[in-house]
Design a protein around this ligand. Structure first.
Ligand code: ADP
Length: 146
């Protein structure tokens, strides 16, 4: 049976840091599902369709990567797509504290484990929120995007 990992996130926008996590996850799983999670109540910067479209385009030549969107609990989507584990990246101790808590709750809810990958040093300061902030002030953010 093929082992599938789920990489969920807002990806608003999908950055070089996210791309690095996806590529490294391909070394651990047979298949990686990149899942754009959204909340109907909250309007994002890019639309969910734009985010999914851009990520699909990026990985068009990699048959082991699929890109989906979902709303609701990540563990419900993880079960739905038959994922063996959830993949998340950690850059800071703040990320670590948050991700530990989420991993614990998600495991209690579903038995699904979370694999935490430390950010590569060259991307450790990169976040979607910094990209949005720069773009808001008309700064070119292409150097941060895959
Ligand atoms: P969320 O809103 O779910 O945190 P993000 O799109 O901000 O969604 O992040 C998705 C995942 O990618 C999170 O686990 C986050 O810690 C991780 N991540 C974000 N930026 C980076 C980066 N530069 N390097 C490694 N992991 C990252």
């Amino acid at each position: 049976m093929r082992c599938r990992g789920l990489f969920p996130g807002s990806f608003d926008p999908f950055t070089l840091g996210h791309d690095d996590i996806v590529k490294r996850a391909l070394g651990l799983f047979d298949e990686v599902v990149v899942a754009v999670g959204y909340n109907e109540q909250k309007k994002g910067w890019l639309s969910v369709e734009e985010r999914v479209g851009k990520i699909r385009e990026l990985y068009a030549d990699e048959p082991r990567i699929t890109v989906e969107s979902y709303t609701g609990l990540t563990v419900d989507f993880a079960r739905k797509c038959g994922a063996k584990a959830i993949i998340r990246g950690i850059r800071t101790t703040a990320d670590f504290e948050y991700e530990m808590q989420m991993a614990d709750v998600n495991r209690q809810l579903s038995g699904i484990e979370t694999i935490l990958l430390p950010a590569s040093p060259q991307f450790a300061s990169l976040s979607s929120s910094v990209c949005r902030e720069l773009a808001h002030f008309h700064h070119d953010i292409s150097e941060f995007l895959p």
